[in-house]
Design a protein around this ligand. Structure first.
Ligand SMILES: Nc1nc2c(c(=O)[nH]1)N[C@H]1C(S)=C(S)[C@@H](COP(=O)(O)OP(=O)(O)OC[C@H]3O[C@@H](n4cnc5c(=O)[nH]c(N)nc54)[C@H](O)[C@@H]3O)O[C@H]1N2
Ligand SMILES: Nc1nc2c(c(=O)[nH]1)N[C@H]1C(S)=C(S)[C@@H](COP(=O)(O)OP(=O)(O)OC[C@H]3O[C@@H](n4cnc5c(=O)[nH]c(N)nc54)[C@H](O)[C@@H]3O)O[C@H]1N2
Ligand SMILES: [Mo]
Length: 706
């Protein structure tokens, strides 16, 4: 009998960082069992993690490089296996031809939701000579980051409550589905007296498990709710006057503007009753300090998302609990590494990118975005291709279904002179439009960027060799770089040397981490954690007290937004389509279309091929309030047509009072019922983010006349 052994790895089933730990039992080179990893900062595993072997050993995995043999647009790409040598030779020839004919900036580099390929692909783009590297972050979390940079001059999305925290304001996260391992911590804190306020249109599992107070707003109206809360805080003297007068700018203007958001007006816009708003404001004031778990993306998936999110940040600033123990704290000594395990030297953001940035293709459309992000804003991809600004693309883990009006993105990719994609599986909705597909090694088969938890870091080494001819994304990016003539810049494909170059910034090597073993290595902090860093100059490069904004204060009114012609205040605007902004359209399409709330068992378009997970949710549904269902004579599991001014899809009805009456909820990523076919292309003018969470629709029994 073959002996069993144990190895340690980590999960990548939800594409997020940092990842949950895994303890793996192996027979030879085959993993036979998965369980939680002891003493690891993230875990326990959720249903997705427990299904990882179904993904790892799935019969449909992509195992060899493939090239298409029929012209683009043919119903069947005629995929044919090729060698890696042929793949690289073709990629190098095609990309170098585009470079010679049009310039290197005409090649776009893109990484979807997977996080680990990013530092390597960014390095590849800049080394090749193109600034036009972008990721899924240009519609995920980066707008919340920008709102924070504009308001606080630093990056924060909030954080976990601590033992000092009085109230935790969860402004839209459904952690029970998207980071289930956080729930136990919150439940424990709640038992010890922590109060929790959750803002979410739906009654989520998070609301049910931990909320003391739940504010159910109409999607896309977050700004109005936050401004109404600000008005009340001011009126009742429940804000920190001392902090606000010393450390914020724009307070009188904000107070004046917030006057418009009377309880009646807030109810008219958001649907939240005045009494609830008042209760929330009083709860926050009575149980201080207030900590905040900010939205990952839902608040900024709106045509006014950046300003709505800024309104929430202004509210947090007025609590006065910025960077106090138990409040909205900022780490004093972060490691000089980005959350994906790279750094600006490695990605070449520091030396090469500044020389290339003039050629970035987004700077005219979204200048504020371009000011804050090296990644380009990718949402106008169809326009970039139409205008001849991108001629070829290198795609890692890309999914055309993630964008509104997905067909435009498929067409755009199909029109490129050359496109190559690396993925785990052949995904026809994206790959039917490219020239070549490369097999990416999965999480348990690859050396990866290190995992970072505060100051503790872990080396992540392969547990088993890749199946077939799959290769790690980093190796693919490095080998592409070598074939493009930059072998030296890519350590001739050696990942260990690459990681060593990154680890140098924290005084470590791969060998040191290997010695740390399963326990990881803690890089000691140079000093203690300190609070109220704005008082002592620790938030600014020049060492002066204050914030790293143009005024040196928390900018309730943003000077940078003003400079670019936008409203400096967190101005509320109605969604482009809504019952209030387009009442006529709302007569025809009376329901609000809310899309993309995460389900526990899937990650976006991923994992639907895994039998144990698919059994948990076999088909796409539209979640409908009983009143909206009965108005159309719709019963549970009926086939229905969901229609917006932009398209129509068919799915099944799930009738539930967990959604608001008048708002439907549909999850994204279903190839046969892609909600993005009916989401309109309205982009926030500051961030460039799509309005996934608003818009109008109607629902009818399938087959009815329309
Ligand atoms: N299982 C699983 N986990 C995931 C993912 C996944 O696909 N599957 N995706 C990952 C990614 S990339 C992301 S960005 C995160 C997202 O993580 P979360 O933000 O925690 O999850 P979501 O379900 O996107 O959104 C949270 C809530 O926003 C609410 N909401 C919808 N519209 C609005 C609105 O206009 N205003 C307000 N205030 N709330 C609104 C929804 O009802 C939903 O309950 O999850 C990550 N984790
Ligand atoms: N309507 C609507 N649309 C949305 C959203 C919404 O809320 N509503 N949310 C938006 C958000 S926040 C996000 S983050 C995006 C989702 O972002 P997407 O990028 O669309 O996410 P996935 O569907 O996970 O697609 C990732 C692809 O990468 C492949 N892959 C996974 N891991 C790896 C890897 O390590 N290496 C390689 N090479 N490939 C890999 C997968 O097989 C899959 O084909 O969707 C956005 N679209
Ligand atoms: Mo996301």
């Amino acid at each position: 009998m073959e002996a069993q052994r144990v190895a340690y790895g980590y999960c990548d089933m939800c594409n997020q960082v940092p990842k949950c730990g895994m303890k793996l039992h192996l027979k030879g080179d085959r993993i036979v069992r998965v369980e939680d990893r002891e003493n690891y900062p993230a875990g326990p595993l959720c249903v997705k993690g427990l299904a990882i072997l179904e993904e790892q050993y799935h019969p449909d995995r992509l195992l060899y490089p493939l090239k298409r043999t029929t012209p683009k647009g043919s119903p069947d790409p005629g995929w044919t296996r090729i060698s890696w040598d042929e793949a690289y030779a073709t990629i190098a020839a095609k990309l170098n031809a585009v470079k010679a004919k049009y310039g290197p900036e005409k090649v776009g580099f893109f990484v979807g939701d997977p996080k680990e390929p990013r530092p390597a692909v960014q390095r590849l783009a800049y080394t090749f000579g193109s600034p036009n590297y972008g990721t899924e972050s240009s519609l995920c979390s980066r707008a919340t980051v920008m709102a924070s940079q504009l308001t606080f001059g630093l990056v924060t999305g909030g954080g976990r409550p601590t033992k000092e925290t009085g109230t935790c304001l969860i402004w839209t996260r459904n952690l029970a589905n998207t980071a289930p391992f956080e729930m136990e911590r919150l439940q424990r804190a709640k038992k010890q007296g922590l109060k929790l306020v959750v803002v979410d249109p739906r009654i989520t599992a998070t609301v049910q498990q931990v909320a003391d107070l739940h504010l159910r707003l109409r999607p896309g109206t977050d700004g109005a709710l936050a401004l109404g809360m600000i008005r009340l805080m001011v009126k009742e003297g429940l804000f920190d006057r001392d902090f606000a007068s010393r450390w914020t700018s724009g307070l009188p203007e904000l107070i004046k503007y917030a006057e418009e958001f009377t309880p009646e007006e807030v109810e008219r816009i958001t649907g939240v009753p005045p009494q609830r708003v008042a209760e929330a404001v009083r709860l926050l004031a009575a149980h201080r300090p207030v900590s905040w778990i900010g939205s990952a993306s839902a608040t900024v998936h709106s045509s006014n998302g950046l300003q709505n999110h800024r309104a929430i940040l202004c509210l947090m600033a007025l609590t006065g609990d910025f960077d106090v123990p138990g409040g909205l704290t900022i780490p004093t000594h972060p490691l000089p590494l980005d959350m994906f395990g790279g750094n600006a030297e490695f990605t070449r953001e520091r030396d090469l990118f500044p020389k290339l940035r003039e050629k970035r293709i987004d700077k005219d459309r979204f200048p504020v975005w371009a000011r804050f992000n090296s990644e380009i804003q990718m949402n106008p991809l169809p326009e970039y291709v139409e205008e001849g600004r991108i001629k070829a693309m290198v795609l890692f883990g890309a999914n055309a279904m993630m964008w509104p009006q997905s067909a435009l993105y498929q067409e755009a990719i199909g029109k490129l002179e050359f496109a190559v994609a690396a993925d785990y599986f052949l995904r026809p909705w994206t790959h039917d439009f490219v020239d070549m597909v490369l097999p990416a090694a999965m999480a348990l088969e690859r050396m990866n960027p290190i995992a970072i938890f505060g100051r503790k870091i872990y080396l992540r080494e392969p547990v088993v060799p890749p199946l077939g001819e799959a290769k790690p994304d980093w190796v693919i990016a490095f080998e592409m770089g070598s074939h493009l003539g930059h072998g030296k810049e890519f350590w001739d494909g050696d990942e260990t040397q690459a990681l060593n170059s990154i680890l140098r910034s924290v005084g470590l090597t791969v060998e040191d981490l290997r010695k740390g073993g399963a326990e990881g290595v803690t890089v000691p902090a140079p000093g203690p954690e300190v609070f109220r860093k704005y008082e002592t100059g620790l938030l600014r490069a020049d060492g002066k007290p204050g914030f790293a904004t143009p005024s040196g204060k928390v900018e309730l009114a943003s000077q940078i937004l003003k400079e670019y012609g936008f409203d400096p205040l967190p101005r509320y605007r109605e969604p482009v389509e809504s019952p209030l902004s387009t009442p006529e359209l709302a007569r025809e399409f009376p329901l609000v279309l809310n899309s993309g709330a995460r389900v526990l068992m899937f990650t976006h378009s991923k994992l639907r091929e895994l039998p144990s997970l698919r059994k948990l949710m076999p088909f796409a549904v539209v979640n409908l309030h009983p009143d909206d269902a009965s108005a159309q004579g719709i019963r549970q599991n009926d086939e229905v047509d969901l229609e917006s001014p932009h398209g129509r899809i068919r799915l099944k009805a799930n009738i539930t009072d967990q959604v608001l009456a008048g708002v439907v909820d549909v999850s994204h990523g279903w190839a046969d019922a892609n909600v993005n076919e009916i989401v309109g292309r309205y982009f926030d003018p500051i961030s460039g983010f799509p309005a996934f969470k608003e818009g109008l629709c109607r629902v009818r029994k399938a087959g009815g006349s329309s």
